[in-house]
Design a binder for this molecule. Structure first.
Ligand SMILES: Nc1ncnc2c1ncn2[C@@H]1O[C@H](COP(=O)(O)OP(=O)(O)OP(=O)(O)O)[C@@H](O)[C@H]1O
Ligand SMILES: [Mg+2]
Length: 446
């Protein structure tokens, strides 16, 4: 085991030195950084376990540094150092994912305790993540569940294009499974033994995104202390997923076009050209054709990306899959939380089926996970579902009733439509209508 590495970012040399001295004495490796940009460069070199970041620094300040760190190196724990009058900002930093904060001036013992706790927290997180990964393997995460005609069509297309080298554009609303499909394309290709790399084009500002994609040479910009390979190089021989591709800026679009056309690019600040063999998959929840029309997306790049398009329909158009997925997520999360749960009550099932799921499969998974944790019984009931789902009017569909229709026909129509909603379940329909089930039987006979 090598000693844990702490990156100390503070513009005051006195703080860097005294903190560094204390931590080295405790057996940690310490990297000092005199501002946010230098700290970011050090983070990208890798090997950092904990970042101590002063909030007030010239250039990239502590909060911006924290955000960048959470995006680029999410496994690095962050503790912020706040000076007089910045406690408010320290609290904001905690909300953005900092583990803790220290208010200057702090005691030596306080510093050591906080650093140790943050590192223990990190070790625990990493351990959990490994466990999670093993669990995912056990329950077969990554499998695309569904039997609706719509998802079958998607699956057929996936198995058809996966083995080819074609660039694929995956379109679909948020949470429909675009990343899952992208992974399936990779797994089903001859490249499956090589890396699958994902880049979120919406999360990073242009310059950071370009240096992430293409890498940089030493000295390409302040803080670039050593050469770094970009994601294109990391994905060599494998697949690169450009996620949220609709958010690419014009400059990055132009550079991508060249990689697609010529399979080559230069690292930032380099003159030498790098050649890579990467299969590109792009995903977006925006309508790229529309962005092209509005001149926010290059037409030539659009056609390059759009060799094959896979449209993933929203969950509400895949009614058959809702209950299948709900059952799947129930098993997964019951196992994960060691809960013994048999299934859903009829009322809960009907509600799951009727709810429109604007957040698609992701929303469904979260709803089921939450219910598994909250329920006290062996069956998940209406009350265990999130308020938005559970309290939604069950019959959000509208029954058109022309004025002048006789009342008993209105009643008949309403009963029929409610039964259609409950798929013929008379008990449940009676519950929705607020009448006894025998009343339904009687009315239907009439
Ligand atoms: N058909 C499916 N079978 C099983 N799990 C699925 C299915 N579709 C989506 N999921 C799960 O739902 C979650 C969301 O899927 P994913 O991240 O692929 O969506 P996305 O379209 O990339 O969303 P976003 O646009 O928000 O990035 C993931 O946990 C994924 O495993
Ligand atoms: Mg996604």
């Amino acid at each position: 085991m090598t000693e844990p590495t702490v990156l100390v970012a503070d513009d005051e040399i006195g703080v860097r030195e005294s903190v560094g001295r204390v931590l080295r004495h405790e057996g940690f490796r310490v990297i000092p950084a005199e501002d946010g940009d230098a700290a970011l460069a050090a983070l990208r070199q890798g090997g950092v376990d904990l970042l101590l970041a002063d909030l007030r620094m010239p250039g990239l300040d502590g909060l911006e540094l924290l955000r960048a760190a959470k995006l680029l190196t999410p496994e690095v724990e962050v503790v912020v150092l706040s000076g007089h009058g910045t406690v408010q900002e320290a609290v904001a930093a905690m909300k953005e994912g900092a583990y803790d904060f220290l208010t200057k001036p702090f005691e030596r013992a306080q510093l050591v305790r906080t650093v140790r706790q943050a590192l223990e927290h990190r070790a625990l997180l990493l351990k959990n993540r490994n466990l999670q990964r093993r669990l995912d393997e056990l329950v077969g995460a990554g499998e695309i569940i569904g039997e609706s005609p719509a998802i079958r069509q998607v699956l057929a297309l996936v198995s058809q294009v996966a083995p080819t080298a074609a660039t694929v554009l995956i379109q679909g609303e948020s949470g429909t499974g675009k990343e899952l499909v992208a992974r399936a394309l990779h797994e089903g290709s001859p490249r499956s033994g090589r890396p699958f790399i994902r880049v979120n084009c919406a999360a990073l500002p242009e310059t950071l995104l370009e240096s992430e994609l293409f890498g940089y040479e030493r000295g390409a910009f302040t803080g670039a202390a050593a050469r770094k390979e970009g994601r294109f190089e990391l994905a060599d021989g494998g697949t690169l997923l450009l996620d949220e591709a609709g958010d690419l800026t014009a400059a990055t679009q132009a550079k991508l076009l060249r990689v697609l056309q010529e399979g080559e690019f230069e690292r930032l600040g380099a003159t030498k050209t790098v050649k890579v063999d990467v299969r590109l998959v792009a995903a977006t929840n925006q309508n790229l054709a529309l962005l092209v029309k509005e001149r926010r997306f290059r037409e030539d790049l659009y056609y390059r990306l759009n060799v094959i398009t896979i449209e993933i329909p929203p969950l509400r158009e895949r009614g058959e899959d809702i209950l299948l997925l709900a059952g799947h997520f129930l098993r997964v999360h019951a196992a994960k939380n060691r809960r013994d749960i048999d299934g859903f009550t009829e009322a809960a099932l009907a509600r799951l089926r009727a709810y429109p799921w604007p957040g698609n499969v992701r929303e469904l998974e979260h709803a089921v996970e939450r219910a598994v944790i909250l329920t006290r019984g062996k069956m998940i009931d209406l009350g265990d579902l999130p308020p938005a789902v559970g309290q939604a009017e069950p019959a959000t569909r509208v029954v058109p009733i022309p004025l002048g229709m006789p009342l008993d026909e209105v009643e008949q129509r309403l009963i029929e439509e409610t039964l259609r909603l409950t798929k013929g379940n008379k008990e449940l329909a009676a519950k929705f209508l607020g009448i006894a089930s025998r009343t339904i039987y009687r009315k239907l006979k009439e």
